[in-house]
Design a protein around this ligand. Structure first.
Ligand code: NAD
Ligand code: TYD
Length: 351
């Protein structure tokens, strides 16, 4: 496999996947297709933008004709599909954009791949990146999501991702396309847009701004360092079984309020503030509509079949992450002006 199309490569997880593939596989031509929405940022890829095996194309995955033309121009062998609208709160305000990009955009990519590959499936692969949120919500005394857990999405975001997963599987079952789907837990690490919990809170602590905790802060998420997700994608893309599904997660559950206290402690430590200084910023706000109580992933299939395990312990990962955001304030400042300020005010009612 030589020409790999990675969609959404200018986003958070996509930029880590592009970096890994461009640097690890000099024989592959990596084509990064991204619309550069508010969440896409070419600054995430500054360090690799001049590599000879890397090409960036600004395009919308919903634009079927352009996608068909790109498949032809670059003779694409493999797709790693990450482009999506990814934030639950935005999906609650604007579900149409989520259906358009996540469902119709995925369908456009699948159809373009099918037309280009024309039944010659040998050496081809369509790998779709999805989320554990399609499985719905767990109670505190439930066990984990496994690959056979029934889909039960609750938010417009997770409903759109579930729908796209079904289309991918349908293209295997109907046409024989070599597909793979993976469902990963919450990611954290460098280059995440500061609308998601961890970068938002690190940035707010730095500015002494309130930390809006939804509801009682009792919801549980399962956190994985983004580079470990990229490593899993590499392994699964190359060695995963066609038509199969793998869950990806680090067995690392945190109640939001406990995680927030770890973030506060780490930021205060690195800023040289006395321990506990920023706890006064914790502000309980109205809960998110339909807020899923708990996500927890069982990734033992991936470990047993393909030997993947997270490489970083959470304590190390979170310290690395906080340090990165504090050391890269220019990156943060460049994306938290203009449109972001308007979004922030509309979400939280304060500047
Ligand atoms: P992100 O929002 O940071 O990045 C999404 C990228 O897709 C951006 O670069 C954006 O410009 C691009 N994009 C959006 N609409 C597009 C369109 N119509 N055409 C082309 N490009 C478009 O998202 P992320 O957090 O990096 O997530 C990447 C993928 O991983 C998504 O499919 C998401 O559902 C999945 N996922 C995310 C997490 C997580 O914790 N962030 C966990 C599991 C799965
Ligand atoms: P988020 O990072 O948006 O990821 P997801 O909703 O996909 O899990 O949120 C993580 C958790 O943090 C989730 O339970 C919602 C909560 N949260 C807050 O309490 N306050 C916030 O401002 C945000 C953005 C999230």
């Amino acid at each position: 496999m030589k020409n790999i199309l990675i969609t959404g490569g200018a986003g958070f997880i996509g930029s880590h996947v592009v970096r890994l593939f461009v640097t690890k596989y000099p024989d592959y031509h990596i084509i990064n297709l991204d619309k550069l929405t508010y969440a896409g940022n070419l600054a995430n890829l500054k360090d690799i933008e001049n590599y000879p095996n890397y090409t960036f194309v600004k395009a919308d995955i919903c634009d079927y004709d352009t996608i068909c033309e790109l498949f032809k121009r670059y003779d694409i062998d493999g797709v790693i599909h990450l482009a999506a609208e990814s934030h639950v709160d935005r999906s609650i305000k604007d579900p149409f954009t989520f259906a358009r990009t996540n469902v119709m955009g995925t369908l456009a990519l699948l159809q373009a791949a099918k037309m280009h590959w024309n039944g010659q499936w040998e050496g081809k692969r369509f790998y779709h990146i999805s989320t554990d949120e399609v499985y719905g919500a767990l109670d505190f005394d439930d066990t984990f999501f496994t690959e056979t857990t029934k889909y039960d999405p609750h938010s417009p975001y997770s409903a759109s991702k579930a729908s796209s997963d079904h289309f991918v599987r349908a293209f295997h079952d109907t046409y024989g396309m070599p597909t793979i789907v993976t469902n990963c837990s919450n990611n954290y690490g460098p280059y995440q847009f500061p609308e998601k919990l961890i970068p938002l809170f690190i940035n707010n602590i730095r500015h002494g701004k309130p930390l809006p905790v939804y509801g009682k802060g009792e919801n549980v998420r399962d956190w994985l360092y983004v580079v470990d997700h990229a490593r899993a994608i590499d392994i699964i893309f190359h060695n995963g079984k066609i038509a199969d599904t793998y869950n990806i997660g680090g067995f690392n559950e945190w109640k939001n309020i406990d995680l927030i206290k770890v973030i506060i402690k780490t930021v205060d430590k690195l800023l040289g503030n006395p321990e506990g200084t920023s706890e006064r910023l914790i502000t309980y706000v109205t809960d998110r509509a339909g807020h899923d109580l708990r996500y927890a992933i069982d990734s033992s299939k991936l470990k047993n079949e393909l030997g993947w395990e997270p490489s970083l312990q959470f304590e190390e990962g979170i310290e690395k992450t906080v340090r990165w955001y504090l050391d890269n304030q220019e990156w943060m400042d460049n994306i938290t002006t203009g449109e972001y300020e308007k979004y922030y005010e509309s979400m939280y009612g304060v500047k």
